[in-house]
Write a protein that binds this ligand. Structure first.
Ligand code: GLN
Length: 434
C-alpha cells in the first residue's frame, strides 16, 4: 500500500503526473530504489487509476497489473501515475479530462500522446523510466515528440493483465526511457509469460543490446516518406538512415502498398473494440453512485454523457455503428481484410529485409490546438499504426531536430524480434553520440 499520494493541478509545470506516490521500496532487484512512472490506464493496487477520465475518478484498483507487480518484485518504486489522452484516445494528451500535459522541450507544444505524461516525465528529468501503452503509436509518438526512447513490444510479449482496455487486439504496454539501454532494462523486467493474459506469449526477454549491425538489411518503404511527411523531418530521418548505412547496414528501398488502407483499418478496428470495451462503464460498477430515483436507462445515459469526454463519445458512437448489423460487413469485416493485407506486406518485406526504418511521426510536435479537427489528428498516426495492426515490434529513438524540436527514427522488426529493433536503436544511439 502507498504511504501517501499527492495529486497535481493542471497549472503545475508540465502536468506530467496526475498524482505521485510517496512510497520507498527496499526490495533487492534489477530496479532497486529506481522510481518508475506508470501511465494512468495501468492498474495500481491502492492508487487511484482513472485513464484520465471523469468516469473513473476515485476508482482505486484492488490489484496490481502484472507489469506493476513485476516492477515491485524488482525493487522499483512506483513514482506516480502519468497523464494521458482519455482511455488512450488521442495523439497529443490534449484529451485528458484533467488538462493537457506540456512538452518539456517547448511548453507551447504538445508532448504527443497518448502516453504524453510518461514521455514528459522522462524528458523533464523527473524519472528515468516510465511505462506507456501503445495501441496505434501512443508510446512511439510521445517518445518522438519529447526526444526520448519508446518501444512497442511484439503483441503478447508483455502481459496486458490489469491494463484497462481500449482496443485490446492492438495494444501493448512498453518501456519509455531516456536511452535504449534503460528501455531495454525495463523491457527485461516487464516482459514474459503471464497465465492471467490469454494472449501472453511464453518468451522471456533476456537481452543485452549489441550495436553490431554490419550486413543487416534495412528496408525503407517509399510510403514512409509519402504525403503529409514534413520534408524537414524526412531529411533528418534520411540522415539517420545513412548513419546506419555507414555502420555497415545495407539500405534497401521497397514498397508497402497496404499503407493506403492502414489508417482506415486501424480507426475502424479501434473504435469497434472501444465501443465494446467501454460498455462496462455503466455508472453502476464504477464512478459515483447512480441516482436511484432515475430509471437504469436514464442514469446510464447521464453517467456516460457526463463521464466521457467528446473524443471518447465520438469513438463509442463510431464503433457502435461499425459493429451494427447491416454495417458490420461493410466496415468491420473490411477493416479486418485490410489488416490482413498489412500483415501480408510485412511478411513479404521481412523475407527480404531484417528491419524497416522511417520517421516515427510525419511532423514535429504540434502547437496546442493546432489539430482541431479529428481527421487531421488521426492522419498523423499513419506511420505508427501499421506495427499495431500486424503486432510487430517497433522502437522510436531520437534522431536529430528540426528548429530545436525532436524527431524520432522508427525501426520496426519481425514478429518476436524485439531484440533486433533494440539493437538497431542502440547502434543508432551509439553512432549519434560519437
Ligand atoms: N492516436 C491513436 C489513437 O488515438 C493511438 C492511441 C494509442 O496508441 N493509445 O487511437
Amino acid at each position: 500500500m502507498p504511504g501517501f499520494t499527492v495529486s497535481f493541478h493542471p497549472e503545475d509545470r508540465f502536468f506530467a503526473f496526475l498524482r505521485t506516490v510517496g512510497e520507498i521500496s527496499c526490495r533487492e532487484g534489477r530496479l532497486s530504489g529506481i522510481p518508475v512512472a506508470v501511465k494512468d490506464n495501468i492498474s495500481t493496487a491502492g492508487i487511484e487509476t482513472t485513464c484520465a477520465s471523469r468516469i473513473l475518478e476515485g476508482y482505486i484498483p484492488p490489484y496490481d497489473a502484472t507489469v506493476v507487480e513485476r516492477l515491485k518484485n524488482e525493487g522499483a518504486a512506483i513514482a506516480g501515475k502519468t497523464n494521458m489522452d482519455e482511455f488512450g484516445m488521442g495523439t497529443t494528451t490534449e484529451n485528458s479530462a484533467f488538462g493537457p500535459t506540456r512538452n518539456p522541450v517547448d511548453p507551447s507544444r504538445v508532448p504527443g500522446g497518448s502516453s504524453g505524461g510518461s514521455a514528459a516525465a522522462i524528458a523533464a528529468g523527473l524519472v528515468p523510466l516510465a511505462l506507456g501503452t501503445d495501441t496505434g503509436g501512443s508510446i512511439r509518438c510521445p517518445a518522438a515528440f519529447c526526444g526520448i526512447v519508446g518501444l512497442k513490444p511484439t503483441y503478447g510479449r508483455v502481459s496486458r493483465y490489469g491494463l484497462i482496455a481500449y482496443a485490446n487486439s492492438l495494444e501493448q504496454i512498453g518501456p519509455m526511457a531516456a536511452n535504449v539501454t534503460d528501455a531495454n532494462l525495463l523491457m527485461g523486467v516487464i516482459a514474459g509469460h503471464d497465465p492471467r493474459d490469454s494472449t501472453s506469449l511464453d518468451f522471456p526477454y533476456l537481452h543485452t543490446p549489441d550495436p553490431e549491425i554490419r550486413g543487416m538489411r534495412i528496408g525503407v518503404p517509399e510510403e514512409f516518406f509519402g504525403e503529409g511527411v514534413d520534408p524537414r523531418v524526412a531529411s533528418v530521418v534520411w540522415e539517420g538512415i545513412s548513419l546506419l548505412e555507414r555502420k555497415g547496414a545495407e539500405i534497401v528501398t521497397c514498397r508497402m502498398p497496404s499503407m493506403a488502407y492502414a489508417l482506415a483499418a486501424y480507426y475502424v478496428t479501434c473504435t469497434s473494440e472501444a465501443s465494446s470495451n467501454l460498455a462496462r462503464f455503466d455508472g453502476v460498477r464504477y464512478g459515483p453512485p447512480a441516482d436511484t430515483k432515475k430509471t437504469w436507462h436514464e442514469s446510464f445515459q447521464e453517467r456516460r454523457r457526463d463521464g466521457f469526454g467528446e473524443e471518447v463519445r465520438r469513438r463509442i458512437m463510431l464503433g457502435t455503428f461499425t459493429l451494427s448489423s447491416g454495417y458490420y460487413g461493410k466496415y468491420y469485416a473490411k477493416a479486418q481484410a485490410a489488416r490482413n493485407q498489412v500483415r501480408a506486406d510485412f511478411e513479404r518485406l521481412f523475407r527480404e529485409v531484417d528491419v524497416l526504418a522511417g520517421p516515427t511521426m510525419p511532423t514535429v510536435a504540434f502547437k496546442f490546438g493546432e489539430k482541431s479537427d479529428p481527421l487531421s489528428m488521426y492522419l498523423s498516426d499513419i506511420l505508427t499504426v501499421p506495427a499495431n495492426l500486424a503486432g510487430v515490434p517497433a522502437i522510436s529513438v531520437p534522431c536529430g531536430r528540426v528548429e530545436g524540436l525532436p524527431v524520432g527514427l522508427q525501426i520496426m522488426g519481425r514478429w518476436m524480434e524485439d531484440e533486433r529493433v533494440v539493437d538497431v536503436g542502440y547502434a543508432f544511439e551509439q553512432g549519434v553520440s560519437r
